[in-house]
Design a protein around this ligand. Structure first.
Ligand SMILES: Nc1ncnc2c1ncn2[C@@H]1O[C@H](COP(=O)(O)OP(=O)(O)OP(=O)(O)O)[C@@H](O)[C@H]1O
Length: 379
């Protein structure tokens, strides 16, 4: 957590939850929009003319490597930082505008914030932590709302417990319930699952997704984990070096990547080079169509391991043809290292096969390519 986040937490001691300060008008249009946002820290450009919006009830994942500027954008939305250029709106209301110097402080933005580390009041019970941001409700209403949220997250038995007896995952769920209790106009989640071990993380992601969807809460989730983005998002915006490289539905981003960076960011790829001839590129796996590129263009060919389907050929082990180097079982798939031959050249490639498929070293193979998982970009 940064110093500024900590200072917000101390201003909102409920651990980053902005308390309800006034009734809020229903948002119109987008729940959140960042318009032409640019910002530099000394020599680092964290945002370059960013345009991004979150629709009502939408869960948008901002996905990118460490240092690309994700948290900075979330901080602009929360009001923890003021962008040097551009405008931030929540619903129809302008929160900050570099042209007019308009500025709404964080505590009046009516956002829910959850960071990597849940910061709960140690001296308040779980129920009191969740109800902390609801001073305007009667004690009975506050109790009902808090208990209903705790029940949705499977935390009802812990309502009277104190935070120190909860596990990290349970504390994170209390932080989520507390942020949601105020019915924020938008939830801003900054890597909220990254401090949890893998199994717990999967469960809490699942709980969180259902909770946000049941409550119809517009959400901006920052993550560096592509699996998490695919699991959680209605829409993904992929970010690199302060820019949005591509945004679209998870299927669109995964199946129609517009940039080699996007392909590589989603995992292991086999990389080849070639030249377009008659609208095709010749590869060791056969020709691949490249009608969108001019003849003679040098290209890179990126092929996902799951695009390769392996067939074991009959006959003795043979390392002079395409063959298996090694195979390993992963959870839910088999990972096969291949030596692929083309003329006198050899290529080391990876294939994923569903289930248990573990051919032996030097087994001769045929390789079938699914061209929809092969992407060609100009060099
Ligand atoms: N207050 C600051 N002062 C100086 N540089 C900053 C400040 N805040 C962020 N930066 C720099 O701006 C860039 C973007 O940072 P940001 O935290 O937004 O990235 P990120 O994508 O969220 O990374 P991570 O996933 O590691 O948190 C980084 O190079 C970072 O070092």
């Amino acid at each position: 957590m940064s110093a500024n986040q900590e200072s917000l937490v101390s201003r909102f001691p409920a651990g980053g939850v902005a308390a309800v300060t006034a009734p809020c008008p229903a948002p119109s249009g987008d729940a959140l929009s960042l318009e032409h946002i640019s910002h530099s820290f000394d020599t680092v450009t964290a945002a370059r003319d960013i345009n991004l919006s979150v629709e009502p009830e939408e869960l948008l994942c901002l996905l990118g490597p460490s240092g690309c500027g994700k948290t900075t954008l979330l901080r602009f939305a929360a009001g923890l930082e003021r962008p040097q250029q551009g405008r931030v709106r929540i619903g129809s209301q302008v929160m900050s505008d570099s042209h007019t110097s308009a500025w709404t402080p964080p505590e009046q933005r009516h956002v829910g914030l959850v960071f990597q580390d849940a910061v709960l009041f140690p001296h308040l019970s779980v129920l009191e932590n969740v109800g902390f941001g609801l001073p305007k409700l009667s004690p009975k209403e506050r109790d009902q709302r808090s208990r209903a949220l705790l029940a949705q997250l499977g935390l009802a038995p812990f309502a009277e417990s104190y935070p120190h007896v909860l596990s990290g995952g349970q504390q994170q769920r209390v932080a989520l319930a507390r942020a949601l209790a105020t019915s924020p106009r938008i939830m801003l989640l900054d890597e909220p699952f990254s401090g949890l071990d893998a199994r717990l993380r999967d469960r809490i992601r699942d709980d969180t997704l259902h909770l946000l969807k049941r409550n119809g809460t517009a959400t901006l989730l920052v993550t560096h984990d592509p699996e998490e983005a695919l699991f959680m998002a209605d829409r993904i915006a992929v970010m690199r070096d302060g820019m949005i490289v591509q945004q679209g539905s998870p299927t669109d981003i995964y199946c129609n990547p517009q940039d080699p960076f996007v392909v590589r960011f989603f995992g292991d790829v086999n990389e080849l080079r070639g030249v377009v001839v008659d609208g095709r590129v010749d590869t060791p796996l056969g020709p691949i169509e490249a009608k969108h590129l001019p003849d003679g263009a040098p290209v890179q060919v990126l092929i996902r391991p799951e695009a390769l389907s392996i067939e074991k050929l009959a006959g003795p082990k043979d390392h002079t043809r395409s063959h298996v180097l090694m195979s390993r079982l992963l959870s839910g798939a088999s990972f096969i290292h291949l030596c692929v031959h083309q003329g006198n050249d050899e290529y080391h490639m990876h294939a994923h096969m569903p289930g248990v498929f573990l051919p032996d070293r030097n087994d001769p193979i045929a390789i079938h390519l699914d061209p929809s998982q092969a992407f060609i970009f100009p060099l």
